[in-house]
Ligand binder design. Structure first.
Ligand SMILES: *[C@@H]1O[C@H](CO)[C@@H](O)[C@H](O)[C@H]1NC(C)=O
Ligand SMILES: *[C@@H]1O[C@H](CO)[C@@H](O)[C@H](O)[C@H]1NC(C)=O
Ligand SMILES: *[C@@H]1O[C@H](CO)[C@@H](O)[C@H](O)[C@H]1NC(C)=O
Ligand SMILES: [Zn+2]
Length: 413
């Protein structure tokens, strides 16, 4: 009896509190011709590979994590096709361990406070939002707009001091659990809008509707158990979780998604299978004047606009390109960080059922983007905590530029 329990325990990994990535390596691949791109397309949605940064452009690198068992096949495939590759991390686990040590040594912030020198847990984030709602009732409303699969309340903060007829900006962070810099930048945006008086015009002229962590179950799981978790946490038959950014009901299960439960880009058993995606869609559809939708991700330094499922362009593609370039220039002016603007199929890869396509195609957003923030550490999701502030500070002028465009293009009564 004891032995059986012990064996089950070993098999299910109940002794290993953290999922271990010993033996997994991280590579940079540089596609130099169409055949190389086709190969990347081919392995993109395979469960053996985990793309940390994607590319569909010649000579722009992709970054992929390969598990120990798949390494030999991987090397063979690359060598036989003459694809250039570079080892970025010899042992992914080591960089996870280093980050864990840094996180442990960070000082706790007070109740309702936030800092940009450490990554926060979900309850710390929520307690900050709750404090804002109490301290600034004239411009902040905090609402529960749903519940995650594991029962965590989903919160949206609505910031505005003007009429409800003002144009609206809808932002979400943390849809992909491991992209920790995303909630951090989203929080910084909130802090600037609410707590910095110099930005009063920004909330008088535009209503901001912001979800800091759309996938709290996954986010918490990356803090407690598996740093590299991306998906939601709803169990399937064989594997857990859905890529929520493939789960939206617009060209669902189109190109750039996987029907394999165990893949990192599994689109779900059906569209809106995930309660968090469903709740977010309801929230968006309760708004009738979304000027801008912005999904905050990492990493890659891209500003991507619709469509993701086809190389066809939306009617206002010129506008999307122009605004994207303005935002990229504003970010670059701070510290030289370069963002490239375009559509996913052109720059990275086909993606279907994403928030940005859905926001434009269904929810009627005039502008819609995914921003892929910079990576960090050893070119991973482990952007060192001491760099959070500088990413926030350089991204903020990009948000201001979006705002400027909205104001320039809003008719005054
Ligand atoms: C407040 O906002 C202004 C304008 O965006 C900015 O220049 C300033 O640095 C901000 N102050 C703080 C403390 O972040
Ligand atoms: C994307 O690629 C398609 C097909 O090559 C092209 O027609 C389109 O103009 C490109 N769009 C952008 C934004 O670069
Ligand atoms: C600019 O980059 C340097 C070098 O990475 C960094 O030390 C600095 O904090 C950055 N400044 C801003 C405002 O992002
Ligand atoms: Zn992402």
């Amino acid at each position: 009896m004891r032995l059986t329990v012990l064996l089950l325990c070993i098999l299910s990994g109940c002794f290993a509190q953290f999922i271990n990535y010993d033996g997994s390596k991280l590579y940079q691949l540089i596609p130099e011709n169409e055949e190389h791109l086709e190969f990347l397309d081919f392995i993109q949605n395979s469960e053996r590979y985990d793309f940390w940064s994607e590319t569909r452009s010649l000579n722009i690198p992709a970054v992929v994590m390969v598990k120990g068992a798949a390494l030999e096949n991987f090397w063979e495939a690359l060598t036989s096709r003459g694809i250039k590759f570079k080892l970025l991390m010899n042992n992914v686990q080591r960089s996870i361990d280093n980050e864990k040590i840094r996180q442990k040594s960070s000082k706790p912030v007070g109740e309702g406070q936030i800092s940009f020198t450490q990554y926060h847990r979900y309850d710390e984030i929520v307690s900050y939002l709750q404090r804002l709602a109490v301290d600034y009732p004239e411009k902040v409303v905090l609402e529960e707009f749903g519940t995650s699969y594991e029962g965590r309340p989903l919160y949206v903060i609505k910031i505005g001091s003007g009429p409800s007829s003002n144009p609206a900006v809808l932002i979400d962070g943390g849809i992909h659990a491991r992209e920790w810099i995303s909630p951090a930048v989203t929080l910084y945006t909130i802090k600037q809008l609410v707590e910095n008086e110099s930005n009063a015009d920004m909330i008088a002229n535009v209503n901001w509707v912001i979800v800091v962590v759309l996938n709290p179950d996954g986010y918490e799981y990356t803090h407690t158990t598996n740093r590299l978790w991306r998906k939601t946490r709803r169990p399937g038959v064989q594997c857990i979780g859905v890529d929520m950014n493939r789960n939206f009901d617009f060209h669902w299960m189109g190109p750039g998604t996987s029907a394999n439960e165990c893949s990192e880009t599994f689109a779900g058993p059906y569209a809106f299978s995930e309660p968090e995606a469903q709740s977010f869609a309801k929230l968006a559809q309760s708004m009738d004047n979304i000027f801008l939708y912005l999904g905050v991700h990492s990493y890659g330094q891209w500003l991507l606009y619709p469509w993701g499922f086809t190389t066809d362009l939306p009617e206002n593609a010129d506008e999307l390109q122009e605004v994207g370039e303005r935002v990229a220039a504003a970010i670059k002016s701070i510290n030289g960080t370069v963002y490239v603007t375009g559509t996913s199929p052109n720059l990275t890869y086909y993606v279907s059922g994403t928030t940005k396509d859905w926001a434009m195609g269904v929810a009627g957003a005039r502008l819609s983007y995914t921003i892929e923030l910079p990576g960090g550490g050893n070119a991973g999701f482990d952007l060192p905590a001491e760099k959070i502030m500088s990413v926030c500070e350089e991204t903020w002028p990009g948000i201001i530029e979006f705002y400027n465009y909205i104001v320039e293009n809003t008719k005054r009564m």
